[in-house]
Design a protein around this ligand. Structure first.
Ligand SMILES: Nc1ncnc2c1ncn2[C@@H]1O[C@H](COP(=O)(O)OP(=O)(O)OP(=O)(O)O)[C@@H](O)[C@H]1O
Ligand SMILES: [Mg+2]
Length: 447
């Protein structure tokens, strides 16, 4: 993990020495400044995770540095060290945006506790605010959790299975894991398992030697070797036939393979990430996917939520794709009209982010104005979404009608002192009909 950078500002040489030592012993990187001028210049030039400043300095105060700092950065923790008992200084510090103040003499344990507390809090706030993570757009709770999982998983070497409906961004996630891992400078090689004919599977993964079969005019290396110390992405792994499943299992177990027609063993050095839009566990249960292979790839399981379960991400994604296709088409469409956005929000996006991306691309191409209107959206989406809305409105009206009916019946019943025969007469329905209605509307007989 990267060391946290602290700027320590104090004019007393002895204090600097002691605190610096404590902090360095605890894994921090410490830069120091002896006065306000030096501190301001360091702040302007570098980026710190936390700033720790004495109140009184030869050419000013820590508060002045804080004020200067807060003009640009409202969230990085800034801690003021005040002289013993200087309540006024402490109050001023807090009012001016200090995260905390510490009174001298400084207690090492206490200082570390405070620093770690503010560092953790700041970090979690920063991840709260992100709307993009390695090119993956999203701010919904579900996506934020996924971002956290991705960053944890990328630090490990474990095999990952990414499960999600078509178009949810599984490949994007696999690439993110790779680019955050220590394998990032090695290749990322994607294999679409559904596109390889059974008889060519071995050739694709393991490669072949010259002359190993008719047409093998030269040696060719397979995807595992191509990936080297990088990442091999096995897409649509649920589509693998039994035979390739067995071959894959073997190479994952042995960590070694032969090229087709080869005689020397080659070791597997790449990390495996697999993806599927099928429910593999269910497939195992149905006997369509090998259980042993499932357990081997399902060491870490990431589930990507469908777009309809995180609709708050739609406006963000719309803007993201709008910018992308503006750039590609040399257009400058500024946004989406309210009615078009309403349609996009109501649609159920079975094709997920990919379907949304295609819809926006089409709209950008078709649009001759400044904003995208419903007319530029694919008719399928507009019609479908309108139907959903109409259904919804109808159900609302239906409940309203029932509510009105209930009120009318209640009113008539009160008027006739809960005499059902007379009430039915007044309402123009039979007594039996009235009873049924009362029962359905939850009206209890009070006579
Ligand atoms: N959260 C996201 N932010 C930005 N772009 C996204 C996001 N999710 C998906 N995309 C984009 O949507 C398209 C589909 O994503 P991707 O190919 O990763 O999906 P997939 O889950 O692998 O789909 P399939 O199962 O159909 O192969 C890509 O162009 C990708 O860049
Ligand atoms: Mg894919």
């Amino acid at each position: 993990m990267e060391k946290k950078k602290i700027l320590l500002i104090d004019d007393e040489e002895s204090i600097i020495k002691v605190i610096k030592k404590i902090l360095e012993d605890n894994g921090f990187y410490v830069d120091t400044a002896k006065n306000k001028k030096e501190a301001v210049s360091k702040i302007n030039k570098g980026k710190f995770n936390i700033i720790l400043s004495d109140y009184r300095l030869p050419d000013g105060t820590g508060i002045e540095i804080l004020e200067h700092f807060r003009e640009k950065d409202s969230s990085t923790p800034f801690i003021i060290i005040t002289a013993y008992g200087s309540i006024n200084g402490a109050v001023e510090a807090m009012q001016k945006g200090a995260s905390h103040y510490i009174a001298k003499p400084i207690d090492a344990d206490n200082l570390l506790k405070i620093l770690n507390f503010y560092l953790d809090r700041h970090e979690s706030q920063e991840t709260e605010e992100t709307e993009e993570f390695c090119g993956i757009i999203g701010k919904s709770k579900k996506m934020k959790n996924l971002f956290k999982e991705i960053s944890i998983v990328s630090k490990s070497e474990a095999t990952v299975l990414i499960e999600g409906e078509s178009g949810t961004g599984k490949e994007l996630i696999a690439r993110a894991i790779h680019s955050l891992s220590k394998r990032k400078d090695h290749p990322f090689v994607a294999v679409n398992c559904s596109a390889i004919p059974v008889e060519l599977f071995e050739n694709e993964l393991f490669g072949h030697e010259k002359g190993s079969f008719t047409g093998a005019v030269s040696r060719e290396i397979g995807k595992i070797e191509l990936a080297g110390k990088g990442t091999l992405f096995l897409d649509e792994i649920g589509e693998l036939q039994p035979m390739p499943q067995a071959k894959l299992l073997r190479v994952l177990q042995e960590k070694e393979f032969f090229r087709v027609g080869g005689t020397s063993l080659i070791s597997v050095e790449c990390r495996i990430i697999a993806a599927t839009n099928r429910d593999l566990e269910q497939m195992v249960y149905e006997g369509k996917f090998r259980e042993d292979l499932f357990y081997r790839i399902n060491v870490i399981h990431l589930k990507v939520p469908p777009l309809r379960e995180r609709k708050e991400d739609i406006p963000l994604l719309v803007n993201h794709f709008l910018e992308k296709f503006n750039r590609l088409n040399e257009k400058s469409i500024s946004g989406v009209s309210d009615s078009a956005m309403e349609i996009l929000m109501e649609y159920d996006w079975k094709g997920n982010v990919r379907e949304l991306e295609n819809a926006i691309e089409r709209a950008v191409v078709m649009c001759q104005h400044d904003t995208i209107k419903p007319e530029q959206l694919p008719p399928r989406i507009v019609n479908r979404s309108r139907k959903d809305t109409a259904d919804f409105r109808r159900s609302l009206t239906e409940t309203n009608l029932l509510e009105i009916e209930r009120k009318v019946i209640l009113k008539v019943l009160e008027e006739v002192n809960w005499n059902q025969t007379r009430a039915a007469e007044k309402l123009g329905i039979s007594r039996k009909q009235l009873r049924t209605k009362m029962k359905n509307l939850g009206i209890l007989n009070r006579s």
